[in-house]
Design a protein around this ligand. Structure first.
Ligand code: PBG
Ligand code: ZN
Length: 323
């Protein structure tokens, strides 16, 4: 006697009824890149379909996103002026603050997450203030200015803060600063387990945030480490993170599952630029059915245990789910 598994695969409806994992428009957060100017919408060659946009274009984009029921974005800014400590993001007239205010004024229903880091704002491209001797990022000095940046994002109207710099103690620092400024209800989504990955290459073209020397291996995680990956996320949970994250996604599905099994917090996954670029280029070359591979890939993140997905595919996925 053998079991006939094919009985439950006989037609679309039955397959749907027994499906263990589903994708929905609620799962996605869509990254947007804002820069100074007007009428600017520049496609980045390494990431087809991803643009640097001025605020007016960001607003048009938000209108469209809402029309397809995609209501969560994560904002990255590309400032005109950079310096050694990233001062541009520490004032209330910074490009990121103006963008948040413009979006929330016109589209209050848009859920605006802000990426909190310094690599876009520093002239050296590292994720914080450099120690003059070691030339690595000074953890605790970076915590101080991160707290300032968080409060600025909050005052501008951000709905959630997502620190991505991999500084130790960042969650406790931000929670304390936000609470002290009356933002105790503002959630923090930690880039809690973020690897030093080569899959970030295209992002650094879009965000213009490539380090001018060295790499990020003294603060981002070694891709070889599984136990440390769990520890990093659990520590951020202990410090008060509301949502945890694994980044990148596709090469780290085991880590998503590990953290899912160890924590009961919502878990986000960041499907990063290099992963997106690979699918886009393989699709354009006629090597794969782009839409099908995209949906299969996004599904794999949910099956691995992710609840939220930051992805450059979000717009296309929602369009597909609507059709
Ligand atoms: C900034 C940041 C990076 C990404 C998100 N926030 C780049 C990096 O750490 O170098 C990568 C996103 C992507 O590749 O899509 N700290
Ligand atoms: Zn950074």
């Amino acid at each position: 006697m053998f079991k006939r598994y094919r009985r439950l695969r006989i037609n679309e409806t039955l397959r749907g009824l027994v499906a263990e994992t589903t994708l929905s428009k609620n799962d996605f957060i869509y990254p947007l890149f804002v820069r100074e100017g007007e009428g600017i919408k520049t496609e980045v060659s390494s990431m087809p379909g991803v643009f640097q946009m001025s605020i007016d274009e960001i607003l048009k984009e938000c209108e469209y996103l809402i029309s397809i029921d995609l209501k969560a974005i994560i904002l990255f800014a590309i400032p005109d002026v950079k310096d050694s400590v990233g001062s541009e993001c520490l004032c209330e007239e910074s490009i990121i603050s103006r963008t948040i205010r413009a979006i929330k004024e016109k589209y209050p229903e848009m859920f605006v997450v802000t990426d909190l880091c310094f690599c876009e704002y520093t002239d050296h491209g590292h994720c914080g203030i450099l120690d003059p001797v070691s030339q690595t990022v000074d953890n605790d000095k970076t915590l101080e200015i991160s707290a300032q940046q968080a409060v600025i994002h909050a005052k501008a109207g951000a709905d959630m803060i997502a620190p991505s710099g991999m500084m130790d103690g960042i969650i406790e620092t931000l929670r304390t600063a936000l609470d002290a400024n009356g933002f105790e209800n503002l959630p923090i989504m930690s880039y809690s387990t973020k690897f030093a990955s080569s899959y970030y290459g295209p992002f650094r073209d879009v965000a213009e945030s490539t380090p001018s020397f060295g790499d990020r291996r003294s603060y981002q995680m070694n891709p070889a480490n599984r136990l440390e990956a769990i520890e990093e996320s659990l520590e951020d949970e202990r410090q008060g993170a509301d949502i945890l994250m694994v980044k990148p996604a596709l090469s780290y599905l085991d880590i998503i599952r590990d953290i899912r099994n160890e924590s009961r917090l919502p878990l986000c996954v960041y499907n990063v630029s290099g992963e997106y670029a690979m699918l886009k280029n393989a699709g354009a070359a006629g090597l794969i059915d782009y839409e099908k591979v995209m949906m299969e890939t996004l599904m794999s993140f949910k099956r691995a245990g992710a609840n939220l997905i930051i992805t450059y595919h979000a717009k296309e996925a929602c369009e597909l789910l609507n059709s």
